[in-house]
Design a protein around this ligand. Structure first.
Ligand code: FUB
Length: 317
């Protein structure tokens, strides 16, 4: 299990991970080896006194909540997901490749957190790339989707919400990755954010950049690999501030950036998680009974096989 998204509903912690498997597909920069075909829901149960503690609580696997066959538009690679609750319904946002091997974001709905989830027939119009995170703004009650990921996540193909590079331009026949990212001294590619419609099934506005700036207020540069955004968006609200926690990808860090407003810009603040075993780092930050926790994954239980990851949790550093 990988890419955790954790939420507290009805006295339990609900975790929505990616479900890794051994597919035999060779490891490549485009992530072909992450060839997942279904999603499970996990819950962490309260103890006998009703206390909820992710460090010690029993974990229940509620089984498959959605699979590839249940997503009419998707061909392969069910990657990271997140679930939101609104008015007693649950909305699963997930990414997958379509019949043309282009990533989009889909939505599936259920009446309970453990599903089963029923997917919409088409991906969200205007969506692209990977790693959706659904965030409810506590100040307005509006829901937002934050998303994006470079390299295998395809964000580098897009400018102004339009695909301007093709798949063939991503990688040379020998597997070498091409430079579709901006040059090192140009502004880094940003994660995208869009407000969701009231029915939670569409973008209510075109996606825009969520900008991360340095200590001088300048947008991070593409060559700033230790701080610039790569994938794994997670937006959360803590102590009156908006926090954006994300993975730096090829430098394998989870970083945190902070803003007074939802719109940003988000000022780079600190490293939340040092590199783990395995190439990817992906996480969520969740409040449980007044304490904050970082859920993440690593590949140590699989002997370092980067496509077979396991979940971990620790108090937020
Ligand atoms: O699990 C597949 C991909 O690996 C995710 O979408 C990325 O964030 C990385 O964790």
């Amino acid at each position: 299990m990988a890419d955790p998204a954790a939420h507290v509903w009805n006295g339990r912690i609900w975790i929505y991970p990616s479900h890794d498997r051994e597919s035999g597909i060779p490891e490549r920069d485009n992530g072909d080896h992450f060839d997942m075909v279904d999603y499970h829901a996990l819950s962490i149960e309260p103890d006998a006194e009703g206390r909820l503690d992710p460090m010690t609580g029993a974990v229940v696997d509620h089984g498959v909540i959605l699979d590839l066959a249940g997503v009419p538009w998707a061909k392969r690679q069910l990657w990271d997901s997140d679930v939101a609750e609104k008015d007693g319904r649950y909305y699963l946002y997930f990414c997958a490749k379509d019949k043309d091997d282009v990533f989009h974001i889909g939505v599936a709905t259920a009446e309970r957190p453990e599903g089963p989830f029923v997917a919409e027939p088409e991906p969200i119009a205007g969506s692209y790339s990977i790693d959706p995170c659904c965030f409810r703004d506590p100040k307005t009650g509006a829901h937002y989707l934050v998303f994006g990921g470079i390299w295998g996540g395809q964000l580098q193909r897009y400018r102004g919400n339009k695909a301007v590079f093709t798949a063939a331009e991503d990688t040379l026949p020998d597997g070498t990755r091409c430079a579709l990212e901006p040059s090192d001294d140009a502004t880094a590619l940003c994660p995208k954010i869009a407000r969701l419609s009231e029915d939670m099934r569409a973008f209510a506005e075109p996606a825009r950049d969520l900008v991360i700036v340095d200590e001088n207020g300048e947008p991070l540069k593409s060559g700033d690999h230790a701080r610039r955004f790569f994938e794994a968006s997670w937006l959360y609200f803590k102590d009156g501030k908006y926090h954006f926690a994300y993975s730096t990808g090829d430098t394998h860090l989870i970083c945190d950036a902070v803003s007074d407003t939802l719109e940003g810009p988000y000022r780079y603040e600190r490293v939340l998680l040092e590199p783990q075993v395995g190439w990817t780092t992906h996480h969520c930050v969740t409040e449980v009974d007044g304490k904050w926790y970082l859920f993440h994954h690593d590949s140590s239980p699989s002997g370092g096989r980067t496509w077979l990851r396991s979940l971990k949790v620790k108090p937020l550093p």
